[in-house]
Design a protein around this ligand. Structure first.
Ligand SMILES: Nc1nc2c(ncn2[C@@H]2O[C@H](COP(=O)(O)OP(=O)(O)OP(=O)(O)O)[C@@H](O)[C@H]2O)c(=O)[nH]1
Length: 348
């Protein structure tokens, strides 16, 4: 038996030739006979509280048995740390495989003593008491297998947890998208509402894409009369008919919005007055044309429009005032027509 200057080991009792196996086949604790056998060849090493015996990833070739004191094995991530006490062994894969990367940090949590076994010493044990050693090996292998199985179970559970967390994140993201769409949308027509328009303008201002746009204010002619003569539900259907015309005009990046009541607007990409007027004339002519098809109750009404180009450095109130002044003129001139912004108000 090798003993260092500070070490002492438990008495070696090899009288019993029949190995006593612990009840837990995966237990890290040696039986007294096994301990005595290991102590008969191992080197004794003193350990001190807080001392790191090895780190995860270190290549190791020795195994340890705790004679006294305690050691904590930290496997990292969210794996449960193990606390080992007297007669418990660790690091056996280093001994059995040789140059095995340690799978845990081993730190002494109290002062104590360890038995340290290298391959040569283990070889001595094999020659001396192969029966005990084979029982020890069987336990060591079972422990590795059970640890692996536990790890696989934990990984599966973690995978399931991650998948269900992902599912609920996807559902939440979907709900958020839906909510955002609802917040921006007019319930009756499915067009943007005022809030949607305002957010859209904010986004465009942030991204510097406000230039080259035109605003068309659209108002139903004598809409109150539709409600009065045919009822609110018919009025609603007419508003939906107007929305359908506006929807058919907008391209990618354009926007059709119901500002409220029977007032709508279009925000379209257009370089000059002629281009804007083509949009506006199409809207007026389509509503007028549909009215020529006899329908009772009516599905559409005539529309008046006021149009202007957006000056990117101005704001919504300014653009609205220009388009509204033109719309007012269109109404005064009898409706079912489009008027262009006042020359005096046009952007430079
Ligand atoms: N059916 C229906 N009517 C609405 C809705 N919102 C507002 N209105 C009605 O729209 C009508 C708008 O009337 P006015 O502002 O006088 O406009 P108008 O009758 O079109 O008159 P002009 O614009 O001068 O041609 C009102 O009678 C409102 O009650 C709605 O969601 N559905």
């Amino acid at each position: 038996m090798k003993v260092d200057a500070v070490g002492s080991v438990a008495p070696c009792d090899l009288s019993s030739s029949k190995p006593v196996t612990p009840r837990d086949p995966a237990a890290a604790e040696l039986t007294p006979a096994e301990y005595a056998l290991f102590a008969s060849v191992a080197r004794v090493r003193r350990m001190y509280t807080g001392e790191t015996l090895f780190r995860r990833g270190d290549l190791g070739t020795t195994m340890f048995v705790i004679s006294s004191g305690a050691v904590e094995l930290d496997f990292g991530e969210d794996l449960i740390a193990k606390r080992l006490g007297p007669r418990e062994f660790f690091g056996e894969l280093g001994l059995l495989i040789g140059d095995h990367a340690r799978s845990a940090d081993a730190v002494a949590t109290s002062d104590g003593e360890l038995l340290e076994l290298r391959h040569e010493e283990f070889q001595l044990l094999v020659e001396r008491d192969s029966t005990h050693v084979s029982y020890f090996l069987r336990r060591a292998i079972m422990r590795v297998v059970l640890n692996e199985q536990g790890l696989i179970r934990r990984l599966r559970r973690r995978n399931q947890d991650l998948e269900s967390a992902l599912d609920s994140l996807r559902a939440t993201a979907h709900q958020l998208n839906q909510t955002e769409v609802l917040i921006r949308t007019d319930e009756l027509t499915g067009l943007y509402n005022r809030r949607g328009l305002s957010l859209h303008l904010q986004e465009r201002r942030r991204s510097g894409t406000l230039s080259g746009l035109a605003l068309l204010l659209v108002d139903c002619d004598r809409f109150k009369q539709v409600n009065d003569e045919h009822g609110h539900l018919v009025g609603d259907r007419v508003l939906q008919g107007v929305a359908n015309i506006l929807r058919s005009v907008v391209g990618p990046g354009d926007l059709a919005c119901r500002l409220g009541g029977d007032e709508f607007c279009l925000l379209v990409k257009a370089g000059d007055r002629d281009e804007v007027m083509r949009y506006a004339d199409f809207v007026v002519a389509t509503a007028h044309g549909l009215l020529q098809v006899p329908q009772s109750p009516p599905l559409i009404c005539t529309l008046s429009l006021g149009a202007c180009l957006l000056a990117p450095d101005a704001d919504w109130n300014d653009w609205y005032a220009r388009a509204d002044a033109a719309l007012y003129r269109a109404k005064r001139l009898g409706g079912s027509r489009v008027e262009w912004q006042d020359a005096s108000l046009a952007p430079a």
